[in-house]
Design a protein around this ligand. Structure first.
Ligand SMILES: C[S@@+](CC[C@H](N)C(=O)[O-])C[C@H]1O[C@@H](n2cnc3c(N)ncnc32)[C@H](O)[C@@H]1O
Length: 414
């Protein structure tokens, strides 16, 4: 059993690893390692918490705990009973384990059922406490005090064929849940995916108006405002924490790693204050900003939800809302970034796809005619639809919104 020190893993939607790594480095982390679906990094605890409070792109942040060499589930049980669980959690705390399998051989005999693997680790924890305290902690599927991630990897060079890596989930709820989405609409994009896309397309918050032509729940508009104002994405969570510090805002607050480290607690307070200051300053900055944020949707009904979200994010006076056909859009004064995320997904039937092809063609025609000299990007579910636009893409990216594979295409409009 090896104990990890000062190592963290930030997960993200596949396709955003590079921009997440850049973001993490910008918080003062010296080096990162990019892997599929996330970024590994070494950092002082304070910097890891800074990442947690300020990342726009990560889905979750984990802290490495132990690394066990195992041959099968029974081994996992035995190795795990060697861990001093009392230093990781308290008898009275509820806990949850999520198991994920890395790239394991297809024809393997063991580690074929993640629920069974989870059960073995749970048994080890429960038996450890029963042995020492004659009582057992409870599992909670929702809102557990302590959340563990167990990742099983194949270990070609190891003494035993598998590696079971145990991590603390520092977050609790995933970080994309910023707290401003009070009303949902059809096929919303995850907030951290939207923020990552704005980084990928290099939208310039200092000089380009942001036209969110099919805004839906308004995710891109809110994330664009937060970036432009340099407002941390956790600003609403920090408010919640201030009102009720005992609330389970982030799981790390319940860990001994945090509660027993007075210096870390002091530094966390400083980080929280920094979020509050940046939020105040950012909101003022946005009020004076010459950059315009326009959110448009053809559905009046959808816009009711959109506006509720903008209000919750306190951006209802910053973002201008329109109820038009995106095909009637015109540039506003200055440089414009025309962003569009039309309806897409598995639920579309062939008739709808044909209708969308016409929409995409018309969009391409609108850009050619009205938006010369500006920039645009499209986030779509079907590759075929991109062809209908009839314009050369500057760059394409493959991304995942949850399980749905999507394409992001960037255009320079001449
Ligand atoms: C995939 S959703 C956008 C999701 C959004 N990015 C979010 O995160 O919530 C597509 C939106 O496009 C709107 N829409 C469809 N056709 C439109 C058109 N011609 N003009 C403007 N909006 C349109 C729909 O009402 C829907 O809200």
């Amino acid at each position: 059993m090896n104990k990890y020190r000062f190592e963290y893993f930030a997960s993200c939607p596949t396709g955003l690893e590079d921009v997440l790594s850049e973001e993490i480095l910008s918080f003062g982390v010296k080096a990162t390692t990019i892997v599929r679906g996330g970024v590994k990094f070494e950092a002082y605890h304070e910097i890891a918490l800074k990442v947690l409070l300020n990342t726009r792109i990560a889905s979750r942040v984990f802290k490495y705990l132990y690394d066990l060499e195992v041959s099968h589930e029974k081994d996992l049980y035995h190795e795990a009973t060697e861990i001093k669980w009392k230093s990781l959690m308290d008898l009275h705390q509820t806990f949850k384990i999520t198991t994920i399998y890395g790239d394991l051989p297809r024809d393997r005999e063991y580690f074929t059922n993640s629920q069974f693997t989870t059960l073995k680790l749970k048994d080890a924890i429960v038996d450890y406490f029963r042995h020492f305290d004659k009582a057992r902690p409870s599992v909670s599927k929702e809102a557990a005090d302590i959340q563990f991630l167990l990742r099983i990897e194949f270990d070609e060079e190891g003494v035993r064929p598998y590696k079971a890596i145990l991590l603390y989930d520092l977050c609790g709820d995933p970080l994309n849940q910023r707290g401003y989405r009070v009303a949902s609409t059809e096929a919303p994009v995850k907030e951290n995916l939207a923020a990552g896309i704005l980084k990928l397309i290099k939208w310039d918050p200092k000089s380009e108006n942001f036209l969110d032509a099919m805004t839906g729940s308004g995710t891109f508009s809110v994330e664009a405002c937060l970036i432009a104002g340099d407002i941390p994405p956790t600003f609403l969570k920090v408010e919640q924490y201030r009102k009720n510090p005992g609330l389970r805002t982030w799981c790390f607050l319940n860990t001994q790693w945090f509660t027993k480290d007075e210096k870390l607690k002091e530094n966390f307070e400083i980080l929280v204050k920094e979020v509050e200051t940046k939020t105040r300053e950012g909101m003022k900055k946005l009020e004076k900003s010459p950059i315009k944020f326009l959110a448009n949707d053809i559905s009046k009904y959808t816009l009711e939800s959109t506006m509720a979200n903008f209000k919750k994010a306190r951006l209802d006076r910053i973002i201008e809302v329109y109820n038009e056909d995106a095909l009637d859009s015109a540039p506003v004064e200055g440089k414009n970034y025309f962003f569009v995320n039309p309806p897409y997904g598995e639920r579309l039937n062939p008739g709808e796809i044909e209708r969308l092809k016409v929409l995409y063609k018309n969009l391409g025609d609108l850009w050619k005619k009205e938006f010369k000299g500006h920039r645009a990007a499209l986030l779509v579910g079907e590759m075929d639809l991109l062809k209908s636009v009839g314009l050369r893409t500057k760059k394409r990216h493959i991304l995942f919104n949850g399980d749905i594979e999507c394409r992001l295409a960037e255009y320079d409009l001449f």
